[in-house]
Design a binder for this molecule. Structure first.
Ligand SMILES: CC(C)=CCNc1ncnc2c1ncn2[C@@H]1O[C@H](COP(=O)(O)O)[C@@H](O)[C@H]1O
Length: 248
């Protein structure tokens, strides 16, 4: 209940769009004043509402750039593999075989296995796509990306990997690769995406993780045994692309 004094003399209020501010919060300038006052500091670009617009712009630009790429496969894998290493060369073969099978190849646009898959896509005369991410240690898009889109936000970029791909191929990698793999698995597990193939290359590399999921997570009832069917593990680029094509 408001006191008689408050009724007669209500606390000053101010509207900022749908937000109403009272008492101490009502002080300050209007939105127009902020916008038009050239002397006000320019740090509004680091405010959350401004970020929302930037995030929105990332989705709009990503959707616009990728809408017409046709059938595509996202390839994930380590940023650290080097040319000549077995993992890198497998990445090149994956990209080439996907391109020859008619798929655009989408990667994170960075170095290592991403670069390898993009190179393979170019060798195979396919469309080579890179979804780059702005990082504190700037690397730039690898030289084999023909259609590149740069993102500030991992979550906007991750949406593109899923939205424009018919399946995923995952080469050995570190935290970034695991993050992308588990996100994909959860999206299939929770039926957020229509089931699509997720093929891991390297039984020696992925075997211990798969065993841990089976022997600990399934055994403890934390995931169901059927959830393991979401992924297939193979040992070569050829098998990976065959599995993927069979599964799409
Ligand atoms: C050498 C280095 C760390 C470069 C970072 N440059 C990057 N550029 C683009 N995507 C990246 C980068 N690092 C991680 N990622 C993302 O995370 C995955 C690789 O991370 P990781 O190396 O497995 O953990 C890639 O599939 C990619 O989508």
């Amino acid at each position: 209940m408001s006191s008689p004094t408050e009724k007669n003399n209500p606390a000053p209020s101010r509207h900022r769009g749908p937000v109403e501010l009272r008492r101490g919060l009502a002080k300050g300038s209007t939105a127009d004043q902020h916008l038009l006052d050239t002397r006000s500091p320019g740090d509004f670009t680091s405010t959350d509402p401004w970020r929302v617009l930037r995030i929105q712009a990332e989705f709009v630009e990503g959707f616009g750039a990728l809408a017409n790429i046709g059938p595509a496969v996202s390839v994930f894998g380590s940023a650290r593999t080097t040319p000549g290493s077995a993992f890198y060369e497998t990445g090149v073969e994956v990209g080439r075989r996907l391109a020859e099978a008619g798929f655009a190849v989408i990667t994170g646009g960075g170095p290592g296995s991403m670069e390898a898959a993009n190179k393979g896509a170019v060798d195979g005369k396919g469309l080579s796509v890179g979804l780059g991410i702005e990082l504190p240690f700037e690397q730039g898009m690898n030289q084999w990306v023909d259609l590149g889109v740069n993102f500030r936000y991992f979550f906007a970029r991750k949406t593109m990997f899923v939205k424009y791909a018919q399946g995923f191929i995952v080469l050995p990698g570190g935290l970034g690769t695991l993050d992308e793999l588990f996100e994909a698995m959860v999206l299939v597990q929770t039926h957020k995406v229509t089931s699509f193939p997720i093929v891991l290359i390297g039984t020696e590399f992925w075997g211990p993780m798969v065993n841990w999921i089976r022997e600990t997570l399934v055994a403890d009832g934390l995931v169901s045994a059927g959830d393991l069917d979401i992924i297939s593990v193979v040992d070569s680029a050829e098998e990976a692309v065959q599995k993927l094509v069979a599964g799409v």
